[in-house]
Design a protein around this ligand. Structure first.
Ligand SMILES: Cc1ncc(COP(=O)(O)O)c(C=O)c1O
Length: 473
């Protein structure tokens, strides 16, 4: 095999980046035996919506890295914000009632921007840590207010909430459970709200949403409402394949949760900060969170930071426990670290000053229209879906029956490799769904360029699919 840049993968230069990577690095989400053969794509620098590898080859980042580099790869204001804060106060912590201005300012900004009335903000360093923190808040709160049996958590099949032990237990994807002895006890999963695959034949989106709400109701009753603490959901499932629920799904789900006194936790790690066309995915999908988790575009991903916002009810439970025990025994050395907090503050200011909502309304509509116009009728495409600046193109082996390819055929993964040769970094997810979540700053011209490169790659993979007789095309 060859590196996408064209050079052999067993790089003859033993000191090359690729050779040293193969020798020393253990990568997240990588087939390590294959990696020994094929090696890495080494990204050396970025500019706007583009990144460049160490051979100088240019790529458009169709997923903003990991759905996260919202302001692209060379925002000088964010660099300056970090440098200025580093010179002033490079580190301080928030334990034992210590604080600093970036933590205070960012907390205030988030509460002001929240989609529902929120009370307090807790900071962590990643989406996974933020979800773990939210779980611990709920358990702690329920112990503190005298209902220690109310601990079970319900998430969705194909939901993604991270990979630490508890967050991975919420996640509903087999690769995050198999061989890891997960999920932990007390974590449950209900159906994915994907009408295309999961609705009964001929049923409307509305009827499908009703059925899913009934399923959740039955699940809570079967487990015992007094044992179920919270329901966890991304507004739009990201890593599970960019799955948009029916418009009435969340209102129906929330009615069930209210009936059983179950908290609604919204994971906005991908959907937050204009990705779906509203400031929060909660607003796009009509959700009223009790707890909101965000990360990624919070700092445009220039430095790691995540946040958990809680409403007054949850805060009162935590306060109750901490005064009884003498402390809320949870927090990270870097919770609210001043440098990422300063970068996050600058990021939120840039969104406001750029009128990012207007930009996403215009360019996101263009992206959605182009995805549908160019690919909906393609013989390998089953469904094109998305809203705002997030979308997906799902590949199928048979358009008429919606049959996906056998995962062992790795059609989506192979498409990402062809994409790299054609100068576009793509992300393949479950059911060979290719995700689109470019930096929010992308222009219409850049959308065209990105989709031209994707379209060329899709046509090339169709030649392979035909040659190998993998599909009914
Ligand atoms: C919705 C969602 N939640 C949580 C996470 C986990 O975030 P992290 O990788 O920063 O731990 C992700 C990561 O992609 C995500 O998409």
């Amino acid at each position: 095999m060859r590196h996408p840049s064209g050079r052999p993968c067993h790089d003859p230069a033993p000191q090359s980046n690729a050779a040293r990577d193969i020798a020393y690095a253990l990568h997240p989400y990588t087939d390590h035996k294959a990696h020994l053969e094929t090696g890495p794509v080494v990204i050396s620098r970025g500019k706007g919506v583009r990144v460049y590898d160490d051979q100088g080859k240019e790529y458009i980042e169709s997923v903003a890295g990991l759905w996260c580099a919202s302001l692209g790869f060379d925002n000088e204001r964010l660099v300056q914000a970090a440098a200025t804060q580093m010179r002033k106060l490079p580190f301080y912590h928030a334990f034992t009632a210590k604080s600093h201005e970036p933590l205070i300012d960012l907390s205030e900004m988030l509460i002001e921007r929240a989609p529902a009335k929120m009370s307090k903000v807790f900071f962590a360093n990643s989406g996974s840590e933020a979800n773990d923190s939210a779980i611990k808040m709920i358990w702690y709160m329920n112990n503190a207010i005298g209902r220690p049996e109310k601990k079970k958590l319900i998430a969705r099949i194909k939901g993604y909430h991270g990979i630490t032990l508890a967050a991975a237990s919420l996640t509903g994807l087999p690769v995050n459970h198999k061989l890891f002895d997960l999920p932990l006890p007390g974590f449950h999963h209900v159906s994915t709200p994907h009408h295309y695959h999961n609705a009964l034949p001929g049923r409307s989106e509305e009827a499908f949403a009703t059925r899913l709400a009934e399923e959740l109701d039955a699940k809570i009753i079967a487990e015992g409402p007094e044992t179920v603490a919270a329901f966890w959901a991304e507004p739009i499932m990201g890593a599970g394949g960019v799955i948009l629920p029916p418009a009435t799904y969340f209102p129906k789900i929330q009615a069930v949760l209210k009936k059983h006194d179950v908290l609604m936790v919204v994971d906005e790690v991908i959907c937050g900060f204009w990705r779906t066309g509203s400031y929060w995915g909660s607003q796009t999908l009509g959700i009223e969170p009790d707890i909101l988790v965000c990360a990624k575009a919070l700092s445009a991903s220039y430095l790691p930071i995540s946040a958990v916002m809680v409403n007054e009810k949850v805060f009162q439970g935590i306060a109750e426990g901490s005064s009884t025990i003498g402390t809320w025994g949870h927090g990270f050395t870097y919770s609210g670290h001043p440098v990422p907090a300063a970068v996050a503050i600058e990021t939120l200011k840039i969104y406001d000053e750029m009128n990012m909502g207007d930009h996403v309304a215009k360019v996101g509509a263009y992206l959605q229209a182009q995805l549908r116009a160019r690919f909906a009728d393609h013989p390998l495409v089953g469904e094109v879906r998305g809203t705002g600046m997030i979308g997906a193109v799902e590949l199928v082996a048979d358009k008429a029956t919606k049959r996906n390819f056998d995962p062992a055929q790795k059609v989506g993964i192979r498409l990402t490799k062809v994409g790299e040769q054609n100068g576009v970094i793509l992300r393949s997810m479950a059911n060979d769904s290719l995700g689109f979540s470019p930096p929010l700053i992308i222009t219409e011209e850049e959308v065209d360029e990105m989709l031209n490169r994707f379209g060329k790659s899709l046509d090339e993979i169709m030649v392979t699919v035909r040659r190998e007789s993998l599909a009914a095309v």
